[in-house]
Design a protein around this ligand. Structure first.
Ligand SMILES: Nc1ncnc2c1ncn2[C@@H]1O[C@H](COP(=O)(O)OP(=O)(O)OP(=O)(O)O)[C@@H](O)[C@H]1O
Ligand SMILES: Nc1ncnc2c1ncn2[C@@H]1O[C@H](COP(=O)(O)OP(=O)(O)OP(=O)(O)O)[C@@H](O)[C@H]1O
Lengths: 217, 217
């Protein structure tokens, strides 16, 4: 099984640990705060958990953190601790260090000290929410490249009662329908052209962002 | 233009404000911390920003927050403040209140006081990272329903040098290819069957999760 170490058991660190642990991975959780270490063991979100200060290289070495292929640094508000920890790990030869950043400058500093991947959980979630608020008809979005996406949209009023064939989405909009929701829970993949669309249902289409913007939503 | 009020200008609140503001919406940002209010104005992430304590209904009324259709409560660590604020807003008749939660129990309390939508930014980002760590070949995932997804995957070694037609993905795996990457930046939508796949490229497929798990990745 894959081994992962997670430094920092805040909301993000706990979520990573718990998801990895439930997928059968070996997870070592660490935090400077003894209470959070004990909580991680009680909640069974990690195989092991150790209290340590990750800015101390000897503490990391004794806990065996340097033996891991992948270490996640989930320290957000304490920028200095996050940077020093990442540097400690890369200098000790840890192959992949993934660190969470709380700001653009934090991200730049992490890049400088050798982080292999930087994630911005709050920033990405904030942008995603803003998108759903301004385009309420777009339920979800999967960006393929700067010009193309897959979007899940509420069936516009203009499409209500029409079949997929009648709508001629490819000819009129350059978009391809991938799936249509039957109800809240289930999608039908590659629906037949004679499938009639109803207001309140959702459909998933793929195409260029320019064409998606032309939909009457 | 649409109007939005955001209570709490931490990382998440700022990201929502800044994204909405850059899309041309009217944004009012508030926080109990005067420094964060001043920072929001300097960084131009909102049209207006006011210092207030959102647990005080009169402060919310005087700031005009009750006139907004949609208010985002971006207070995470202070659960009591988040809950009281949400209750104040719903009792005053605000149509849509979206609140950020830091734990499952926080989410349940927000539901109880009438939040229209609850988001878990750190939890969702943690799970997403865990998925990419355990299935490194799956670059990105778009969940359609519990049984079906769209996934972007690295072309497996077994598919290297073969054309889409030769692979017979629909017959052998029940999956449909939607797009193939030409390089890091650009995807080709609905590629021709004679397109040859190369290791290192990525492809996007749609189908059932059972079939996706059968891919040699
Ligand atoms: N030097 C350190 N060694 C180990 N753990 C640390 C160190 N410094 C901070 N931490 C821990 O990292 C965790 C996360 O830190 P912080 O509060 O900065 O992140 P956050 O971004 O608010 O987290 P989240 O949003 O995931 O809740 C905390 O539990 C904290 O105790
Ligand atoms: N009663 C209140 N009225 C207005 N703002 C408040 C109140 N209580 C807390 N806040 C503000 O809400 C903001 C976010 O709070 P908190 O630190 O709990 O969230 P967080 O989940 O760590 O945020 P993020 O992860 O987005 O950085 C803080 O800037 C804080 O000053």
């Amino acid at each position: 099984a894959r081994h992962f170490a997670i430094i920092g058991l805040g909301r993000f660190g706990r979520a990573v640990a718990s998801a990895l642990h439930s997928m059968g991975c070996e997870v070592l959780g660490t935090d400077i705060n003894e209470k959070l270490v004990a909580q991680a063991l009680t909640d069974k979100i990690a195989s092991h958990a150790i209290q340590l200060d990750s800015t101390e290289p000897t503490a990391l070495k004794e806990a065996g953190i340097f033996e891991f292929d992948t270490v996640i640094v989930a320290i957000g508000n304490y920028v200095q601790e996050s940077i020093i920890t990442t540097l400690n790990l890369k200098e000790a030869g840890v192959k992949t260090v993934i660190a969470k950043a709380s700001s653009e400058i934090h991200g730049k500093l992490l890049d400088r000290v050798g982080a292999d991947q930087v994630v911005f959980p709050e920033y990405e979630a904030g942008c995603a929410l803003a998108h759903t608020l301004t385009k309420p008809a777009i339920l979800d979005r999967f960006d393929l490249d700067p010009d193309h996406s897959i979007v899940e949209i509420l069936i516009p009023a203009e499409f209500d009662g029409k079949t997929i064939a009648e709508l001629e989405l490819r000819r009129c909009y350059g978009l391809t329908i991938l799936a249509v929701s039957e109800n809240d829970q289930k999608f039908e993949i590659n629906p037949f052209p004679n499938r009639r669309l109803r207001k309140g249902m959702a459909m998933v289409v793929i195409g260029s962002n320019k064409d998606i913007k032309r939909l009457p939503i």
